[in-house]
Design a protein around this ligand. Structure first.
Ligand code: P53
Length: 476
C-alpha cells in the first residue's frame, strides 16, 4: 500500500509558449509572449511594440516542441508519466483573438498532440490561458482592461471544450491569475492580462478591474464546460507562495493575514463564487469603482471551480511596516528575507514544509481537492565531460517537496489529485526568458543566445523520477 492513492496523477507541466516554438506557423498569431525579449535575474524582460527586427525573442523557437512532439511524448512515456500538463496556445486557435471562426490547423495540432499522448496512456491536463493571450487583443482592446475580453475568452474556451471533450478531463482557466497582485512591476500585468500601463495610471485599480473580468470569464467557462461534458473537472490555478509573519509580534501576524488576503482573494472568488467581505471593504475604501454588474455577480455564483490547481516554488515572509490599522500590502516592497531558509540562484526561497503548510491552508479554507500543477527547481546545469548531467540538487529539492506532499496526505487528510513538476523538459523561463534557468529531467541543448542543436537527453533526475512514479511515490 502506498500513501498516495492508486490512480494518482503523476505528470509533468509546461506551457505552450515556453516550449512549442513555431510562433508564426500553422496560422498562429502573435501572442504576448512573442513580444518579450530575454532577461536575466534582476534584469526584466522587455516588452517591445510588436515583433521588432534584431531582438532576441526566446519564445519564437523555444525548444521547437511543435516539430519534436512525437519524439518528446515518447520520452515522456519512457519517464512513466500518466498525465501531461500543457496549455493550448490561444493564438493557434484564434490568431488575433477576435475572429468569428477558429483556425482549423491549430485545432488539429492539439488533436494530434493529445492523440499522441493518449496512445501511451498519458492524459492531457490543460490550461486555457497561460501567459500567451493574443497580442492583437492588447493593441486593439487594451487587454483585460476591456470587458470584451470576457466574450473572446468564453468563445475560445467553448471551442476547446467542444473539440477536446473526449480527450481531456482536467482543465484550468487562468494560469497563476494572482501573479498580478504584483501590479507595480510590468511583467505580471502583461503576462496575466495583456496590460501595458501608461504613465500616471492607477495601476492597482486597473489590475482589480482586469482580474474581475477574468474571474467572470472563468466562471462562464466553468459553466460552459460542465454543460458540454459534466465529467469535466475544471479548476483555477493559483501561484501559492505563503506569506509568513516574520516574527510572533502580533503586528507581523496581522500583516501576514492582510498580505495573504491581497494575494489569494482570487481563490475565494473562484471557489465560493463571490467576493470576500475584506475585498469589498478594501475596494470601497480605496474608492475603486469597478465595472461590476449584477449579471457578473450572478455569473460568478454559477461557475465555481471543481478543484484548486496551484504552483508551489517558494514561501515569502513579511514584517509590519507601520502602515497603521489597514496593514496595506505592497508586494513589490513589503516582503523580507526569511533567515530560516535558503534560496536558489534566482533568489527563490526553498521551503519544502511550506508546501505542506500551503496545502493545509487551502484545505481548511476551501475543502476542495488539490492538484499541485507546478513545483520545481530552476538551476544552472553543467554538462559532465561525458555529456551527462548530475542534477542531484534538483532531485534533493523535489524529493523534499514530495515528502511534504505525502505528509500532507498522510497526516492532514488532504485530498490530492496529482503532482506535475514544472518544466520537466527544459524550456524557456517565463520570468527571465532564459534557457539556462533549467527545471528539466530532460536536457535540451540550447543556450540563452538561442544556439544549440535542440537535441534531447536524460539527466540523472530522469531515472530518479521514473522510479518515483513506478513506486507511486514510495521510492524517493
Ligand atoms: P520561471 C513567479 C512566481 C512563481 C511562479 O518560473 C511563476 C512566476 C513567474 O515567473 O511562474 C510560474 O520560468 C509559471 C510558469 C513558469 C514557472 O512558474 O520564471 O506558471 O510559466 O515558467 C517558473 O522560473
Amino acid at each position: 500500500m502506498s500513501i498516495l492513492r492508486e490512480n494518482f496523477l503523476w505528470g509533468g507541466a509546461v506551457a505552450a509558449h515556453q516550449l512549442e516554438g513555431g510562433w508564426d506557423q500553422g496560422g498562429k498569431g502573435v501572442s504576448v509572449a512573442d513580444v518579450m525579449t530575454v532577461g536575466a535575474h534582476g534584469v526584466p524582460r522587455r516588452i517591445t511594440d510588436g515583433v521588432l527586427q534584431g531582438e532576441n525573442y526566446p519564445n519564437h523557437e523555444a525548444i521547437d516542441f511543435y516539430h519534436h512532439y512525437k519524439e518528446d511524448v515518447k520520452l515522456f512515456a519512457d519517464l512513466g508519466l500518466n498525465c501531461f500538463r500543457t496549455s493550448i496556445a490561444w493564438t493557434r486557435i484564434f490568431p488575433n483573438g477576435d475572429e468569428a471562426e477558429p483556425n482549423e490547423e491549430g485545432l488539429q495540432f492539439y488533436d494530434d498532440l493529445f492523440d499522441e499522448c493518449l496512445k501511451y496512456g498519458i492524459e492531457p491536463v490543460i490550461t486555457l490561458s497561460h501567459f500567451e493571450m493574443p497580442y492583437h487583443l492588447v493593441t486593439e482592446y487594451g487587454g483585460w482592461r476591456n470587458r470584451k475580453m470576457i466574450d473572446f475568452f468564453a468563445k475560445f474556451a467553448r471551442v476547446c471544450f467542444e473539440r477536446y471533450k473526449d480527450k481531456v478531463t482536467y482543465w484550468m482557466t487562468f494560469n497563476e491569475i494572482n501573479n498580478q497582485a504584483n501590479y507595480a512591476e510590468d511583467f505580471a500585468p502583461f503576462t496575466n492580462s495583456g496590460i501595458k500601463y501608461q504613465e500616471g495610471e492607477d495601476r492597482e485599480k486597473i489590475m482589480y478591474q482586469a482580474a474581475h473580468y477574468e474571474l467572470v470569464a472563468s466562471s462562464q467557462a466553468v459553466k460552459i464546460g460542465h454543460e458540454i461534458n459534466p465529467d469535466f473537472q475544471i479548476g483555477c490555478m493559483i501561484a501559492m507562495c505563503p506569506i509568513y509573519p516574520y516574527s510572533c509580534d502580533p503586528k507581523d501576524m496581522m500583516m501576514s493575514v492582510s498580505a495573504m488576503q491581497k494575494r489569494y482573494w482570487f481563490t475565494d472568488v473562484h471557489v465560493r463564487g463571490h467576493y470576500p467581505s475584506f475585498m469589498e471593504n478594501y475596494l470601497a475604501r480605496k474608492g475603486f469603482e469597478l465595472d461590476m454588474t449584477e449579471q457578473d455577480l450572478t455569473d460568478l455564483t454559477h461557475g465555481c471551480v471543481d478543484y484548486i490547481g496551484f504552483s508551489y516554488y517558494m514561501s515569502f515572509a513579511i514584517k509590519d511596516h507601520d502602515k497603521g490599522p489597514a496593514f496595506d500590502y505592497d508586494e513589490s516592497k513589503d516582503l523580507v528575507k526569511n533567515p530560516y531558509v535558503e534560496a536558489s540562484d534566482w533568489g527563490w526561497q526553498i521551503d519544502p514544509l511550506g508546501l505542506r503548510y500551503a496545502m493545509n491552508w487551502f484545505n481548511e479554507r476551501y475543502e476542495l481537492p488539490l492538484f499541485i500543477v507546478e513545483n520545481g527547481f530552476g538551476a544552472i546545469d553543467e554538462l559532465e565531460p561525458d555529456g551527462t548531467i548530475n542534477d542531484q540538487y534538483r532531485i534533493d529539492y523535489l524529493k523534499a517537496h514530495i515528502e511534504m506532499m505525502k505528509e500532507a496526505v498522510e497526516f492532514d487528510g488532504i485530498h490530492l489529485i496529482g503532482y506535475t513538476p514544472w518544466g520537466f523538459i527544459d524550456l524557456v523561463s517565463a520570468g527571465t526568458g532564459e534557457m539556462k534557468k533549467r527545471y528539466g529531467f530532460i536536457y535540451v541543448d540550447k543556450d540563452n543566445d538561442g544556439q544549440g542543436t535542440l537535441a534531447r537527453s536524460k539527466k540523472k533526475s530522469f531515472d530518479w523520477y521514473q522510479q518515483v512514479i513506478k513506486s507511486n511515490g514510495e521510492a524517493l
